[in-house]
Design a protein around this ligand. Sequence first.
Ligand SMILES: Cc1ncc(COP(=O)(O)O)c(C=O)c1O
Length: 396
Amino acid sequence: MSNERDQPPCPDDVCPRPERPLVHATQPMAAAIYPTSVWQCNNTDQAEKILAGQLEGYVYQRDGHPNADALAEKIALLHQAEEVAVTSSGMAAMSLALLSQLQAHDHVIASSQIYGRNLQLLTQETARLGISSTTVDTCDLNEVARAMRPETRLIVVETIANPRLQVADISRLAEIAHTGKAKLLVDNTFATPVLCRPLRWGADFVLESGSKMINGHSDVMLGLLCGRSADWQRVPQTVSVWGLASAPFECWLATRGLASLHLRAERASRNALAVAQVLEASAEVTQVDYPGLAAHPQHELAVRQFGDLFGSVVTFELRGGRPAADNFLQRAHEIPFSPSLGEVATTLSHPESTSHRGLTAEERRDLGISGGTIRLSVGVESPEFIRQAIRRGLGS
Ligand SMILES: Cc1ncc(COP(=O)(O)O)c(C=O)c1O
Protein backbone atom coordinates (compact mmCIF):
# COMPACT_ATOMS: atom_id res chain seq x y z
CA MET A 1 0.00 0.00 0.00
CA SER A 2 1.29 3.48 -0.85
CA ASN A 3 2.17 5.63 2.12
CA GLU A 4 1.46 8.87 0.15
CA ARG A 5 -1.37 9.92 2.48
CA ASP A 6 1.08 9.89 5.39
CA GLN A 7 3.28 12.55 3.80
CA PRO A 8 2.60 16.02 5.17
CA PRO A 9 1.39 18.27 2.38
CA CYS A 10 4.22 20.31 0.94
CA PRO A 11 3.29 24.02 1.01
CA ASP A 12 6.23 25.18 -1.12
CA ASP A 13 4.43 24.94 -4.42
CA VAL A 14 1.21 26.58 -3.35
CA CYS A 15 2.57 29.47 -1.29
CA PRO A 16 2.30 32.64 -3.37
CA ARG A 17 5.48 34.36 -4.46
CA PRO A 18 5.44 37.96 -5.66
CA GLU A 19 5.14 38.01 -9.45
CA ARG A 20 7.80 39.64 -11.52
CA PRO A 21 6.33 42.54 -13.49
CA LEU A 22 4.38 41.04 -16.37
CA VAL A 23 5.35 42.34 -19.76
CA HIS A 24 2.42 42.43 -22.16
CA ALA A 25 2.67 43.34 -25.80
CA THR A 26 -0.73 45.01 -25.43
CA GLN A 27 -2.41 46.75 -22.48
CA PRO A 28 -5.59 45.53 -20.73
CA MET A 29 -8.57 47.90 -20.99
CA ALA A 30 -9.83 46.95 -17.53
CA ALA A 31 -7.87 48.02 -14.47
CA ALA A 32 -6.13 45.36 -12.39
CA ILE A 33 -7.36 44.44 -8.91
CA TYR A 34 -4.67 44.13 -6.23
CA PRO A 35 -6.19 42.01 -3.47
CA THR A 36 -2.81 41.62 -1.79
CA SER A 37 -2.81 42.50 1.91
CA VAL A 38 0.97 42.98 1.95
CA TRP A 39 3.79 43.83 -0.48
CA GLN A 40 7.34 42.54 -0.79
CA CYS A 41 9.87 45.29 -0.06
CA ASN A 42 13.34 45.49 -1.60
CA ASN A 43 15.21 46.67 1.48
CA THR A 44 14.70 48.15 4.94
CA ASP A 45 15.27 51.71 3.81
CA GLN A 46 12.58 51.44 1.14
CA ALA A 47 10.06 49.91 3.58
CA GLU A 48 10.70 52.61 6.16
CA LYS A 49 10.36 55.47 3.67
CA ILE A 50 7.17 54.12 2.09
CA LEU A 51 5.58 53.65 5.51
CA ALA A 52 6.62 57.17 6.50
CA GLY A 53 5.02 58.55 3.34
CA GLN A 54 8.38 59.78 2.00
CA LEU A 55 8.44 57.40 -0.95
CA GLU A 56 5.61 56.28 -3.22
CA GLY A 57 4.66 52.63 -2.89
CA TYR A 58 2.75 50.17 -0.81
CA VAL A 59 3.63 47.93 2.13
CA TYR A 60 0.41 47.00 3.93
CA GLN A 61 -3.16 47.25 2.59
CA ARG A 62 -4.51 49.12 5.64
CA ASP A 63 -2.00 51.91 4.88
CA GLY A 64 -2.97 52.21 1.22
CA HIS A 65 -3.38 50.22 -1.98
CA PRO A 66 -3.50 50.93 -5.73
CA ASN A 67 -7.26 50.42 -6.11
CA ALA A 68 -8.01 53.00 -3.40
CA ASP A 69 -5.56 55.40 -5.02
CA ALA A 70 -7.15 54.93 -8.45
CA LEU A 71 -10.60 55.74 -6.99
CA ALA A 72 -9.27 58.65 -4.93
CA GLU A 73 -7.65 60.16 -8.01
CA LYS A 74 -10.95 60.20 -9.92
CA ILE A 75 -12.95 61.56 -6.97
CA ALA A 76 -10.31 64.29 -6.49
CA LEU A 77 -10.87 65.35 -10.10
CA LEU A 78 -14.67 65.32 -9.73
CA HIS A 79 -14.64 67.33 -6.48
CA GLN A 80 -11.56 69.39 -7.36
CA ALA A 81 -10.17 68.25 -4.01
CA GLU A 82 -6.52 68.42 -2.99
CA GLU A 83 -6.91 65.27 -0.88
CA VAL A 84 -9.24 62.26 -0.86
CA ALA A 85 -9.32 59.38 1.64
CA VAL A 86 -11.17 56.18 0.78
CA THR A 87 -12.76 54.35 3.72
CA SER A 88 -14.68 51.12 4.29
CA SER A 89 -18.10 52.88 4.44
CA GLY A 90 -19.69 56.30 4.54
CA MET A 91 -19.90 55.94 8.33
CA ALA A 92 -16.15 55.24 8.43
CA ALA A 93 -15.59 58.44 6.43
CA MET A 94 -17.56 60.43 9.03
CA SER A 95 -15.62 58.70 11.83
CA LEU A 96 -12.41 59.63 10.02
CA ALA A 97 -13.43 63.29 9.84
CA LEU A 98 -14.31 63.40 13.55
CA LEU A 99 -11.33 61.40 14.78
CA SER A 100 -8.78 63.26 12.66
CA GLN A 101 -10.10 66.80 13.21
CA LEU A 102 -11.50 66.86 16.75
CA GLN A 103 -10.41 66.21 20.29
CA ALA A 104 -11.93 66.23 23.78
CA HIS A 105 -13.72 69.51 24.72
CA ASP A 106 -14.40 70.44 21.09
CA HIS A 107 -17.96 71.19 20.01
CA VAL A 108 -19.84 70.21 16.85
CA ILE A 109 -22.99 71.70 15.31
CA ALA A 110 -24.99 69.10 13.39
CA SER A 111 -28.01 69.55 11.20
CA SER A 112 -31.02 67.85 12.81
CA GLN A 113 -31.88 66.46 9.34
CA ILE A 114 -28.80 64.34 8.65
CA TYR A 115 -28.73 60.56 8.22
CA GLY A 116 -29.88 58.96 11.51
CA ARG A 117 -26.70 56.93 12.10
CA ASN A 118 -24.54 60.04 11.60
CA LEU A 119 -26.72 61.88 14.09
CA GLN A 120 -26.15 59.06 16.60
CA LEU A 121 -22.41 59.19 15.92
CA LEU A 122 -22.27 62.96 16.34
CA THR A 123 -24.51 63.24 19.39
CA GLN A 124 -23.97 59.97 21.31
CA GLU A 125 -20.71 58.22 20.38
CA THR A 126 -18.54 61.35 20.30
CA ALA A 127 -20.01 62.48 23.65
CA ARG A 128 -18.24 59.46 25.14
CA LEU A 129 -14.95 60.93 23.87
CA GLY A 130 -15.66 64.33 25.46
CA ILE A 131 -16.88 66.04 22.28
CA SER A 132 -20.14 67.93 22.72
CA SER A 133 -22.71 68.69 20.04
CA THR A 134 -25.76 70.81 19.30
CA THR A 135 -28.34 69.84 16.68
CA VAL A 136 -30.07 72.66 14.86
CA ASP A 137 -32.23 73.29 11.81
CA THR A 138 -29.38 74.38 9.52
CA CYS A 139 -31.86 76.00 7.10
CA ASP A 140 -32.24 78.65 9.81
CA LEU A 141 -28.87 80.39 9.51
CA ASN A 142 -29.53 82.57 12.57
CA GLU A 143 -29.99 79.42 14.63
CA VAL A 144 -26.67 78.08 13.34
CA ALA A 145 -24.90 81.36 14.18
CA ARG A 146 -26.44 81.32 17.68
CA ALA A 147 -25.20 77.75 18.26
CA MET A 148 -21.56 78.72 17.52
CA ARG A 149 -19.25 78.63 20.55
CA PRO A 150 -15.55 79.48 20.94
CA GLU A 151 -14.84 75.73 21.03
CA THR A 152 -16.97 74.88 17.94
CA ARG A 153 -14.70 73.13 15.45
CA LEU A 154 -17.11 71.55 12.96
CA ILE A 155 -20.51 72.16 11.36
CA VAL A 156 -22.00 69.09 9.68
CA VAL A 157 -24.80 69.29 7.10
CA GLU A 158 -26.07 67.33 4.11
CA THR A 159 -26.28 69.08 0.72
CA ILE A 160 -29.78 67.60 0.30
CA ALA A 161 -30.94 66.30 3.65
CA ASN A 162 -32.44 62.97 4.58
CA PRO A 163 -35.41 62.42 4.29
CA ARG A 164 -37.34 65.68 3.71
CA LEU A 165 -34.78 66.97 1.21
CA GLN A 166 -33.94 70.36 2.66
CA VAL A 167 -31.13 72.09 0.77
CA ALA A 168 -28.13 73.50 2.65
CA ASP A 169 -26.88 77.00 1.79
CA ILE A 170 -23.25 75.93 1.65
CA SER A 171 -21.53 79.28 1.14
CA ARG A 172 -23.50 80.98 3.94
CA LEU A 173 -22.85 78.05 6.31
CA ALA A 174 -19.13 78.17 5.44
CA GLU A 175 -19.11 81.90 6.26
CA ILE A 176 -20.67 81.21 9.67
CA ALA A 177 -18.18 78.42 10.39
CA HIS A 178 -15.25 80.62 9.39
CA THR A 179 -16.32 83.54 11.59
CA GLY A 180 -15.18 81.24 14.40
CA LYS A 181 -12.63 78.43 14.39
CA ALA A 182 -14.97 75.90 12.81
CA LYS A 183 -14.80 74.00 9.51
CA LEU A 184 -17.78 73.03 7.39
CA LEU A 185 -18.28 69.37 6.49
CA VAL A 186 -20.90 68.64 3.82
CA ASP A 187 -22.27 65.13 3.31
CA ASN A 188 -22.91 65.23 -0.43
CA THR A 189 -24.29 61.69 -0.78
CA PHE A 190 -27.76 62.71 -2.07
CA ALA A 191 -26.32 65.26 -4.50
CA THR A 192 -23.15 63.54 -5.80
CA PRO A 193 -20.45 65.67 -7.47
CA VAL A 194 -22.65 65.78 -10.60
CA LEU A 195 -25.08 68.16 -8.86
CA CYS A 196 -22.77 69.88 -6.41
CA ARG A 197 -19.11 70.28 -5.50
CA PRO A 198 -19.28 71.75 -1.99
CA LEU A 199 -15.55 72.58 -1.80
CA ARG A 200 -16.13 75.12 -4.56
CA TRP A 201 -18.87 76.73 -2.44
CA GLY A 202 -16.53 77.16 0.52
CA ALA A 203 -16.91 73.86 2.41
CA ASP A 204 -13.75 72.47 4.02
CA PHE A 205 -14.64 68.77 3.85
CA VAL A 206 -16.94 66.76 1.61
CA LEU A 207 -18.17 63.30 2.47
CA GLU A 208 -19.72 60.83 0.05
CA SER A 209 -21.10 57.42 0.91
CA GLY A 210 -19.62 55.36 -1.92
CA SER A 211 -22.31 52.77 -1.19
CA LYS A 212 -24.93 54.91 -2.97
CA MET A 213 -24.94 56.60 -6.38
CA ILE A 214 -21.16 56.96 -6.75
CA ASN A 215 -21.09 53.19 -7.33
CA GLY A 216 -24.79 52.84 -8.09
CA HIS A 217 -25.20 49.08 -8.43
CA SER A 218 -26.13 47.90 -4.87
CA ASP A 219 -22.92 45.87 -4.53
CA VAL A 220 -20.39 48.10 -2.75
CA MET A 221 -19.87 49.57 0.70
CA LEU A 222 -17.38 52.46 0.74
CA GLY A 223 -16.88 56.01 1.93
CA LEU A 224 -14.94 59.04 0.72
CA LEU A 225 -13.66 62.07 2.54
CA CYS A 226 -12.35 65.00 0.48
CA GLY A 227 -10.55 68.07 1.73
CA ARG A 228 -7.52 70.34 1.61
CA SER A 229 -3.87 69.45 2.26
CA ALA A 230 -3.70 71.95 5.16
CA ASP A 231 -6.30 69.86 7.06
CA TRP A 232 -4.90 66.46 6.10
CA GLN A 233 -1.97 66.01 8.45
CA ARG A 234 -3.68 63.51 10.77
CA VAL A 235 -5.80 61.74 8.14
CA PRO A 236 -3.50 58.90 6.91
CA GLN A 237 -2.58 57.87 10.45
CA THR A 238 -6.23 57.98 11.56
CA VAL A 239 -7.27 55.70 8.67
CA SER A 240 -4.57 53.23 9.62
CA VAL A 241 -4.72 53.14 13.42
CA TRP A 242 -8.53 53.24 13.74
CA GLY A 243 -8.79 50.58 11.01
CA LEU A 244 -11.01 52.57 8.63
CA ALA A 245 -9.41 51.46 5.36
CA SER A 246 -11.20 50.26 2.21
CA ALA A 247 -10.96 46.90 0.41
CA PRO A 248 -9.44 46.64 -3.11
CA PHE A 249 -12.37 44.88 -4.81
CA GLU A 250 -14.86 47.45 -3.47
CA CYS A 251 -12.68 50.28 -4.81
CA TRP A 252 -12.36 48.55 -8.16
CA LEU A 253 -16.14 48.17 -8.45
CA ALA A 254 -16.76 51.78 -7.41
CA THR A 255 -14.19 53.04 -9.92
CA ARG A 256 -16.05 51.09 -12.60
CA GLY A 257 -19.40 52.49 -11.41
CA LEU A 258 -17.99 56.00 -11.47
CA ALA A 259 -17.52 55.83 -15.24
CA SER A 260 -21.31 56.07 -15.71
CA LEU A 261 -22.06 58.37 -12.74
CA HIS A 262 -22.86 61.39 -14.92
CA LEU A 263 -25.26 59.42 -17.10
CA ARG A 264 -26.99 57.75 -14.16
CA ALA A 265 -27.27 60.94 -12.08
CA GLU A 266 -28.72 62.92 -14.97
CA ARG A 267 -31.22 60.24 -15.97
CA ALA A 268 -32.30 59.55 -12.39
CA SER A 269 -32.72 63.29 -11.67
CA ARG A 270 -34.90 63.79 -14.72
CA ASN A 271 -36.97 60.72 -13.82
CA ALA A 272 -37.29 61.96 -10.23
CA LEU A 273 -38.67 65.33 -11.36
CA ALA A 274 -41.28 63.55 -13.52
CA VAL A 275 -42.25 61.32 -10.56
CA ALA A 276 -42.48 64.33 -8.22
CA GLN A 277 -44.88 65.99 -10.67
CA VAL A 278 -47.10 62.86 -10.80
CA LEU A 279 -47.16 62.72 -7.00
CA GLU A 280 -47.90 66.44 -6.70
CA ALA A 281 -51.01 65.98 -8.86
CA SER A 282 -52.39 63.04 -6.84
CA ALA A 283 -55.26 63.44 -4.39
CA GLU A 284 -53.77 60.55 -2.33
CA VAL A 285 -50.64 62.59 -1.57
CA THR A 286 -50.68 65.44 0.95
CA GLN A 287 -47.09 66.62 0.52
CA VAL A 288 -44.21 66.11 -1.94
CA ASP A 289 -40.63 67.12 -1.10
CA TYR A 290 -38.33 67.52 -4.08
CA PRO A 291 -35.91 70.45 -4.57
CA GLY A 292 -36.78 70.55 -8.28
CA LEU A 293 -40.40 71.54 -7.60
CA ALA A 294 -41.14 75.28 -7.60
CA ALA A 295 -43.12 74.76 -4.35
CA HIS A 296 -40.02 73.46 -2.48
CA PRO A 297 -38.95 76.01 0.17
CA GLN A 298 -35.34 76.08 -1.07
CA HIS A 299 -36.05 75.72 -4.79
CA GLU A 300 -34.24 78.95 -5.72
CA LEU A 301 -31.21 77.97 -3.67
CA ALA A 302 -31.29 74.52 -5.30
CA VAL A 303 -31.29 76.10 -8.78
CA ARG A 304 -28.37 78.33 -7.81
CA GLN A 305 -26.30 75.47 -6.35
CA PHE A 306 -27.30 72.57 -8.63
CA GLY A 307 -28.43 74.05 -11.96
CA ASP A 308 -31.21 71.98 -13.54
CA LEU A 309 -30.65 68.58 -11.86
CA PHE A 310 -32.09 68.02 -8.38
CA GLY A 311 -31.17 64.47 -7.42
CA SER A 312 -32.82 61.08 -7.44
CA VAL A 313 -34.70 61.13 -4.12
CA VAL A 314 -38.33 62.20 -3.74
CA THR A 315 -40.12 62.05 -0.38
CA PHE A 316 -43.90 62.14 -0.13
CA GLU A 317 -46.67 61.88 2.41
CA LEU A 318 -49.64 59.59 1.79
CA ARG A 319 -53.10 60.44 3.03
CA GLY A 320 -54.03 57.60 5.41
CA GLY A 321 -50.77 57.09 7.39
CA ARG A 322 -49.06 53.73 7.78
CA PRO A 323 -51.91 51.56 6.37
CA ALA A 324 -51.78 53.70 3.21
CA ALA A 325 -47.98 53.23 3.06
CA ASP A 326 -48.43 49.44 3.33
CA ASN A 327 -51.03 49.53 0.55
CA PHE A 328 -48.65 51.54 -1.63
CA LEU A 329 -45.85 49.00 -1.02
CA GLN A 330 -48.13 46.09 -2.00
CA ARG A 331 -49.57 47.73 -5.10
CA ALA A 332 -46.30 49.21 -6.44
CA HIS A 333 -44.70 45.77 -6.36
CA GLU A 334 -42.24 46.58 -9.18
CA ILE A 335 -40.50 48.98 -6.78
CA PRO A 336 -38.53 47.05 -4.15
CA PHE A 337 -38.89 48.17 -0.53
CA SER A 338 -35.14 48.36 -0.09
CA PRO A 339 -33.97 50.99 2.40
CA SER A 340 -31.01 52.51 0.57
CA LEU A 341 -30.73 54.92 -2.36
CA GLY A 342 -28.83 55.88 -5.48
CA GLU A 343 -29.14 52.54 -7.28
CA VAL A 344 -29.83 51.97 -10.97
CA ALA A 345 -33.25 50.54 -10.02
CA THR A 346 -36.02 52.59 -8.45
CA THR A 347 -36.44 51.58 -4.80
CA LEU A 348 -38.41 52.89 -1.87
CA SER A 349 -37.90 53.25 1.83
CA HIS A 350 -40.23 53.86 4.76
CA PRO A 351 -38.32 56.10 7.24
CA GLU A 352 -40.63 55.41 10.22
CA SER A 353 -39.92 51.66 10.16
CA THR A 354 -36.28 51.80 8.94
CA SER A 355 -33.86 54.77 9.01
CA HIS A 356 -35.70 56.75 11.70
CA ARG A 357 -37.16 53.93 13.81
CA GLY A 358 -34.72 54.78 16.66
CA LEU A 359 -36.34 58.21 17.19
CA THR A 360 -39.34 58.90 19.40
CA ALA A 361 -42.67 59.65 17.71
CA GLU A 362 -42.25 63.28 18.77
CA GLU A 363 -38.74 63.52 17.28
CA ARG A 364 -40.04 62.03 14.05
CA ARG A 365 -42.92 64.49 13.99
CA ASP A 366 -40.44 67.37 14.40
CA LEU A 367 -38.59 66.07 11.33
CA GLY A 368 -41.86 65.75 9.39
CA ILE A 369 -41.83 61.95 9.32
CA SER A 370 -45.04 59.97 9.86
CA GLY A 371 -46.31 56.46 9.09
CA GLY A 372 -47.42 57.72 5.68
CA THR A 373 -43.98 59.07 4.67
CA ILE A 374 -42.33 57.26 1.77
CA ARG A 375 -38.87 58.04 0.40
CA LEU A 376 -38.40 57.07 -3.22
CA SER A 377 -34.97 56.62 -4.75
CA VAL A 378 -35.65 56.99 -8.45
CA GLY A 379 -33.55 54.90 -10.83
CA VAL A 380 -32.62 54.98 -14.49
CA GLU A 381 -35.51 52.92 -15.91
CA SER A 382 -37.77 54.41 -18.58
CA PRO A 383 -39.89 57.28 -17.20
CA GLU A 384 -43.04 55.44 -18.27
CA PHE A 385 -42.14 52.29 -16.29
CA ILE A 386 -41.66 54.32 -13.11
CA ARG A 387 -44.74 56.52 -13.63
CA GLN A 388 -46.92 53.44 -14.13
CA ALA A 389 -45.58 51.75 -11.00
CA ILE A 390 -46.24 54.92 -8.97
CA ARG A 391 -49.76 55.28 -10.36
CA ARG A 392 -50.47 51.63 -9.48
CA GLY A 393 -49.12 52.28 -5.97
CA LEU A 394 -51.49 55.22 -5.61
CA GLY A 395 -54.40 53.11 -6.84
CA SER A 396 -55.03 55.43 -9.81
C1 LIG B 1 -26.74 60.69 3.50
C2 LIG B 1 -25.97 59.51 3.99
N1 LIG B 1 -24.72 59.70 4.44
C3 LIG B 1 -23.98 58.67 4.90
C4 LIG B 1 -24.49 57.39 4.93
C5 LIG B 1 -23.65 56.27 5.47
O1 LIG B 1 -23.05 55.60 4.41
P1 LIG B 1 -22.70 54.03 4.48
O2 LIG B 1 -23.99 53.30 4.48
O3 LIG B 1 -21.86 53.84 3.25
O4 LIG B 1 -21.93 53.83 5.73
C6 LIG B 1 -25.79 57.14 4.46
C7 LIG B 1 -26.35 55.79 4.48
O5 LIG B 1 -27.50 55.56 4.20
C8 LIG B 1 -26.56 58.24 3.98
O6 LIG B 1 -27.81 58.09 3.55
